[in-house]
Ligand binder design. Structure first.
Ligand code: ATP
Ligand code: MG
Ligand code: FE
Length: 370
């Protein structure tokens, strides 16, 4: 089964071709990404209109490139069985560009189109490179999301917690901006933090003791801005603040993940096959070495296998969208009432959605895995 994937929900245009062999092995035949970071850097953040235009300008060439790279590996355009595109959540202009492109491609080749939830792509991305059985626990920490998800199967997700204000990556970016470190701020802040003393400044510990798995980073952002204004005079002060901020962000990720791990274990306690489940970290913040090290230590302590996919699949990419589409399509095809022609028709009416909670279908209908 071979799927062409398209991603355009934020500031990366991406196209990929992913194949699943009869033995279940996943092969990424191509995965190309055009990042718009330089276009948005001068504004200090993603400008939706600029993003949408850039997707329009880039997507044709990128698709050609992805298809030609796949062809070099012996998989031609005729070998593609289905098209998958991010249908949300994301910046609506960008989502519409990628989804419309995918519809055009699917229509011209008579292929089914699968509208994929971007978060489902992130949730399943680890399966591009690792054999991770269901259920597993996922921490998705990116620029736009900070969520803990109980991943029970394809199409079966339960959100255990989410941020009530900023995402962790957003906190890194905003605080870095306040400190004059440029955009995107995460990597720059990490580099500064390496030179600083993480015990220098005391920062607020939000939601401490709350019995859920939610996150909050806006109080930290305000506190950091206040310290920056009042106490940061030298480069060393700034490095110390960066180190303190990084430690505070990591600490909250650890605290909330620990709660989720316990909930996960309690729920799966009766299932003898779930002996050592995986704790998967995805999203750009997974690149942070302090965050990684602390989450890895926590996993060890709580009896989870720590799995962090390669960074190229942690941040936005189309291989994960192709995979999510592929896994979904395979389940549809396996269903007794599968109708190929209807699927082609349905795909063409898929809607672009700015908001789309991952566990919505769970609420609306029965899970489709097993
Ligand atoms: P989403 O996937 O939610 O739509 P996004 O595309 O902005 O959002 P990603 O591309 O997964 O998210 O990740 C980008 C985020 O990761 C940025 O906020 C960036 O600052 C952060 N990030 C990247 N590297 C690091 C690092 N080394 N330390 C901390 N944060 C980092
Ligand atoms: Mg991005
Ligand atoms: Fe993303």
């Amino acid at each position: 089964l071979c799927v062409l994937g398209v991603e355009s929900s934020c500031d990366e245009t991406a196209v990929a071709v992913v194949r699943r062999g009869d033995d279940g092995a996943i092969e990424v035949l191509s995965s190309v990404i055009h990042s718009q970071v330089v276009k948005h850097a001068v504004y200090g953040g993603v400008v939706p209109e600029i993003a949408a235009r850039s997707h329009v300008e880039t997507i044709d060439d990128l698709a050609r490139l992805a298809l030609s790279q796949a062809a070099e590996q012996g998989v031609g355009v005729d070998d593609i069985d289905a098209v998958a595109a991010t249908a949300g959540p994301g910046l609506i202009g960008g989502v519409m560009v990628g989804l419309s492109f995918a519809k055009g491609f699917a229509l011209s080749r008579g292929l089914p189109l699968i509208g994929v939830n971007h978060l489902e792509g992130h949730a399943l991305s680890v399966r591009l490179t690792h054999t991770v059985p269901f259920p597993f626990l996922l921490l998705l920490v990116s620029g736009g999301h900070c969520q803990l998800l109980h991943v029970r199967g394809v199409g079966d997700y339960e959100r255990l917690g989410t941020t009530i204000d900023d995402a962790a990556g957003e906190a890194f970016d905003k605080i870095a901006k306040t400190l004059g470190l440029g955009y995107p701020g995460g990597p720059a802040l990490e580099a500064e933090a390496a030179k600083g003393d993480a015990t220098r400044f005391t920062l607020p510990r939000a939601l401490l003791g709350r019995k859920d798995c939610d996150f909050s980073y806006s109080g930290l952002k305000t506190a950091a801005a206040k310290i920056a204004m009042e106490q940061v005079k030298t480069p060393q002060d700034r490095a110390d603040l960066c180190a303190s901020v990084q430690a505070a962000i990591a600490r909250q990720l650890v605290e909330r993940s620990a709660r989720a791990m316990r909930a996960f274990k309690a729920e799966n306690a009766a299932r003898t096959e779930v002996t050592r489940p995986a704790f998967v970290v995805a999203g750009g913040v997974a690149a942070n070495k302090t965050v990684r090290a602390e989450l890895s230590a926590l996993s060890e302590k709580e009896g989870f296998d720590f799995v962090a996919p390669p960074l190229a699949y942690c941040t936005d990419n189309a291989a994960m969208i192709a995979l999510a589409g592929l896994e979904r399509f395979a389940l549809m095809q396996a269903a007794a009432d599968y109708d190929g022609d209807k699927q082609v028709q349905d795909g063409l009416s898929a809607l672009a959605r700015p908001r789309w909670p991952l566990d919505e279908r769970r609420a609306l209908s029965a899970p489709i895995h097993k």
